[in-house]
Write a protein that binds this ligand. Structure first.
Ligand SMILES: NC(=O)c1ccc[n+]([C@@H]2O[C@H](COP(=O)([O-])OP(=O)(O)OC[C@H]3O[C@@H](n4cnc5c(N)ncnc54)[C@H](O)[C@@H]3O)[C@@H](O)[C@H]2O)c1
Length: 282
């Protein structure tokens, strides 16, 4: 029975997942090692809820109740929950280190999940003490709005863990889809060429990034590839491209782009840093 959910990482995804979990009725702990990000994440949640109240989508009482279910944590010792959703940097070692440090503060019923976009759930689980209670729980950006959640099963995940994750996703108002553990799962695998081919056109001087965005949006896509990469975060999108490329044995069609690599090196990560392909005012 899931009563408390702890989200580790309060960045782009973590804060949105925390809002979704609290709105779904769960006591919600939001943890980050960076206090500024934690406060920024909470401010974003408050702003989103205020907007929803003003639009009449939730009542004032519901807004207060959602906020009342949220707890901010700066110390890993406070991350005691029935379900952990990890949403930190897209690096296997960082994620494993976090899960190992969370273990002593959690019981033998706690389910551990990762919101990773591309790392192998099987490889992560095999380095953790309870692979049967480990799975991928992949939300999409922005988490409070996007309905899809990929529930990623490894060969070690047990049935009751999967059933619990399908149930709690529905309680959060999401549409869960059960996926096998494959590079990029389903969505990030299918979507890879959308980013990579667009980057290739810029590399080859065929068109500018803003022209490509305008054309793709005019032809029916909700967001052009460069606006979407800025929303996702260029560091995250580049890390996903690299890990899918490696996992697929480096096919030339999936080669990560030097343009995006440079964006990451220059710290031009997109909306979260105020500059990516475009410039954003905070
Ligand atoms: N950005 C997207 O569109 C998107 C979509 C789906 C899934 N994801 C996945 O979600 C995860 C997080 O992505 P994001 O875009 O939110 O990243 P982000 O850079 O916005 O936030 C990551 C946060 O993790 C915190 N952090 C780093 N190490 C930590 C630790 N050891 N303990 C606690 N907090 C720590 C950082 O301070 C930062 O606030 C990644 O695995 C990514 O692949 C991202």
């Amino acid at each position: 029975m899931i009563h408390t959910i702890c989200i580790c990482g309060a960045g782009t995804m973590g804060s949105g997942i925390a809002q979704t979990a609290a709105a779904g009725g769960f006591r919600t702990i939001l943890f980050d090692v960076n206090i500024e990000v934690l406060q920024k994440g909470m401010t974003a949640i408050e702003k989103n809820l205020k907007n929803l109240t003003e639009k009449g989508r939730i009542t004032q009482e519901e807004q207060q109740a959602i906020l009342g279910r949220m707890i901010l944590a700066e110390n890993i010792k406070d991350c005691h929950a029935d379900l952990i959703i990890e949403a930190i940097v897209e690096k296997q070692e960082a994620k494993l280190d976090l899960f190992r440090r969370l273990a002593p503060y959690n019981g033998d019923q706690t389910i551990f999940t990762s919101n990773t976009s591309s790392l192998s759930i099987t490889a992560l689980s095999e380095q953790l003490p309870h692979p049967e209670r480990f799975a991928g729980l992949h939300f999409f950006n922005p988490a409070p709005i996007m309905r899809l959640v990929e529930v990623v099963r490894s060969p070690h995940t047990d049935d009751s863990t999967i059933q619990t994750l399908l149930d709690i996703s529905k309680k959060m108002g999401k549409t869960p889809v059960l996926c096998k553990d494959a590079p990029g799962f389903i969505v990030n695998h299918v979507a890879r060429p959308y980013y990579l081919e667009a980057l290739r056109l810029v590399e080859e001087g065929v068109a500018g990034f803003d022209t490509i965005d305008d054309i793709m949006e005019a032809s029916g896509f909700k967001m052009g590839p460069f606006r979407l990469m800025d929303l996702i975060g260029n560091d995250i999108n580049y890390a996903v491209s690299c890990s899918v490329y490696e996992a697929m044995n480096k096919p030339s069609r999936l080669r990560p782009s030097p343009i995006q690599e440079k964006k990451v090196k220059d710290g031009e990560l997109g909306r979260k840093t105020g500059k990516g392909y475009y410039t954003y005012l905070h």
